[in-house]
Unconditional design. Structure first.
Length: 207
């Protein structure tokens, strides 16, 4: 998993509440277990018309937001089903951070597991950032995880809070597998001792 330290990038304004996971990635695209290739279907029903053509008025179909790395939305982002494809689609598009007043619990957890930083800020602050984002590519937003601040284009720093353990994981790029691998020496020592002390036990091999 890619570490998240400090991100400065284009922020896309999405002033919508209750954006559910089916809006983020419709169910018909959940047939894959690959994390790549889903970005093209991100917000599919909002981005494309019935003929598959881009809707000119949707933010991610316009410059500079085609290259957005930050998304700013309203309340209850990521509600609905628990599909992990939702953060996969965001990440494959290029979104590394979502800022909203609050998030659905499972989506919130899945973001951390996939290297996306969900930042919860009050609605009035999100609205300020949305107005900033509407100014375009020159109005870049910075998200500094180490210092726990969002920096507006005018230089104003807005603090946010993050769970210390999740912050550690994000800063170091550790997903569930990465956390386990940190204990690889201890695991190897344990397995070696078990093999020596209990030679009668069958050896577990990978398939």
């Amino acid at each position: 998993m890619q570490a998240f330290t400090t991100l400065t990038g284009v922020a896309a304004p999405l002033p919508l509440a209750n954006v559910d996971t089916d809006k983020i990635i419709p169910a018909r695209f959940l047939k894959t277990i690959k994390r790549s290739g889903l970005g093209v279907h991100l917000f599919d029903t909002l981005r494309y018309d019935a003929d598959g053509k881009e809707r000119a008025d949707f933010v991610l179909n316009t410059e500079p937001y085609r290259h957005a790395e930050i998304l700013i939305a309203h309340e209850n982002f990521g509600c609905g089903s628990s599909r992990e494809h939702a953060p996969w689609a965001l990440l494959d598009f290029g979104i590394r951070c979502v800022i909203a007043p609050d998030f659905a619990d499972i989506f919130h957890t899945n973001c951390f597991k996939n290297g996306i930083l969900p930042v919860a800020l009050p609605r009035e602050i999100c609205d300020l950032l949305i107005e900033d984002a509407k100014m375009g590519g020159n109005a870049r937003v910075t998200v500094d995880l180490a210092r726990e601040v969002v920096v507006r284009p005018n230089g104003e720093e807005i603090p946010f809070k993050i769970d210390p353990f999740r912050k550690h994981l994000m800063l170091n790029g550790l997903d569930d597998i990465g956390q386990t691998l940190q204990h690889a020496p201890a695991i190897d020592t344990f397995e070696g001792r078990e093999k020596s002390e209990k030679p009668w036990m069958p050896e577990i091999t990978s398939v």
